[in-house]
Design a protein around this ligand. Sequence first.
Ligand SMILES: Cc1ncc(COP(=O)(O)O)c(C=O)c1O
Length: 337
Amino acid sequence: MTVSAAFASDNAAPVHPAVLDALIGANADPVSAYGKDPYTEHATQRLRDLFASPDAEVLFALTGTAANVIALSAATRPWHEILCSDIAHALLDEAGGPVRISGAQLTRLPSDDGLIDPAELERRVARRGDVHHSHPSIVTITQSTENGRVWTASRLREFVDRAHELDLLVHIDGARIANAIAALDLDPAEAIADADVVTVGGTKNGQMFGDAVLVRRPERFDGIRFVQKQIGQLASKQRFVAAQFEAMLTDGLWLQTAAHANTMAARLSRGLTAMGLRLAAPTEANEVFVQLDPAARERISGYAVHQPDALSPVFRLVCSWATTEEQVSDVLQRLRG
Ligand SMILES: Cc1ncc(COP(=O)(O)O)c(C=O)c1O
């Protein structure tokens, strides 16, 4: 039986045709390597403009993990502590990359589906200054979170302001930031509050590959370009990453694709609840988490779906720019049996 990857992950989605066209367009002539090309210049400027960050440094990486590692490592020294939620991708799904490259400790904070209460920050920084404990210097949060939740603008602003009062830098893992921005229907700059560094995902939202690092306070990320180079993320042919961003960021395409993914997830979510199935988290962006008993899972055995925890009956179904209404109807119909 052929198993469909339609809901397996937004990473499983095909590449958007506009991105393929942009790659072909960028293939015409020789241009300078290692980011000294016009594509990088244009994409950099677009990201600065969109996020109202005129002084930001922009770096490009090939994967979301690399983008996180670059941002977190440049902000920390080996005796520092990186705070994150208990479900952070950087903690659970990057094979310890941020810890290995930064040398800093990664500490999990309790959260509500990845949304952290600012009081948790206060608890951690209370011990700062004691040589026996590592020094909390940055907190990383995810927008939208690993459980598909979205930080509202006010909640995010409050969190970032509190972190800054506590002398913590703020990193946003924005692997799915387009989905969050589309869900909030906000200006992108508002969806990142005053965060110090943001990784802007491209791979899950129509690109072939490539995530950007928007460094909004470059003076606090000394050496970041050396980290990028050391971990092999300064692509000599960076134009092909930048051209993809340029294509997606033109005429709001990145938010249209993200909004479509969110709409499909909302449709799926409504269908699941209508048949009495229990969602494990509210559907706020493009990921749906639903409890399935073995019989229900068997009914959709034709679909590869991720089970985040082998001991829990919760399954994740992800929609992308390419998800169709027919696919959503099909999975719902199969579940109805
Ligand atoms: C929240 C989040 N951050 C970062 C990443 C890393 O992306 P990549 O797999 O491209 O390294 C992912 C990928 O699933 C993710 O879900």
